[in-house]
Design a protein around this ligand. Sequence first.
Ligand SMILES: C[S@@+](CC[C@H](N)C(=O)[O-])C[C@H]1O[C@@H](n2cnc3c(N)ncnc32)[C@H](O)[C@@H]1O
Length: 211
Amino acid sequence: MEKLHDLLIRYNTSIPQESRTSWSKQFLAARFPEYWYRVYSLLMGIDRDSRVVEIGCGQADITSILCYLNFKNISAYERDGKLAHLAEEKLRSLFGKEGIVILSEFNNQTTTDADVLILVNCVYADGIHTKNEYLDRIISWYEAANKPRYLLLEFIDDSYIEEDEGFPKCVRLNAQDVRRIFPNSQIEVFPTYKYPINKKSKNLYFITTLS
Ligand SMILES: C[S@@+](CC[C@H](N)C(=O)[O-])C[C@H]1O[C@@H](n2cnc3c(N)ncnc32)[C@H](O)[C@@H]1O
C-alpha cells in the first residue's frame, strides 16, 4: 500500500494547480482519507477477476487502488470530460492501463454487469428532494449494474445535522435506511469522516448481497 501511496502523491503533485479539484487535494497529503484505506483493505479480499464498476471516478485515485491490486475488469464512470481525461492519463501513466474510464453519466438507463459496485466520496443531491428519491436512485443504480454481489457505498450520515446546502438532509442516511434498501444482505459499517473533526460525518457501507 505504501508504494501506491507514494506513486499517487508523486503523480498528483505533478498535476497543474488549476486541474486540482477541492477533493483531489486530500490525495496530496501524507495521510490519505480514511475511506481510501478502507476501500483498499476491503478490495484485498475480493476476487481479482470480478467485474468492478465505479461511479464517479474523478481523477482516478480510488481507481488506482483497483489497478494496483490487479483487478482485470474495471469500468470507471465519470461524467466530467476534463476529469475523465485526467483519470485516463493517470491510469495510463501509472499502470499502463487503457479503456477503463467511461466518459458518461451513470444513471438508471445505464446497462452493465458488475460483481462489485463502488460509490465513494460521491454524494450529489442533483434532482433529489426527498430521502425516498435518494434511496430509489441508489437502488436504480444497483439494478443498472445488474445487482452486484458486493457494494462499497459511502453515505453522509444522518448524525450530521448542520445546515449544508450542498448536502441537504434528504441525502443523509443511517444504517436502518441502508438495511431497508438492501434487506437480504450482510452489512458492515465503517466511519470515514466525523463532524466536527471533519466537515461532515460519513460512513462506508460494505454490503454483501446474500443469494
Ligand atoms: C467528489 S468526486 C470523487 C472522485 C472519487 N470517487 C474519489 O473518491 O476520489 C465525485 C466525482 O463523481 C462524478 N459523478 C458524480 N455523479 C456521477 C454519475 N452519476 N456518473 C458519473 N460521474 C459522476 C463527479 O463528476 C465527480 O468527478
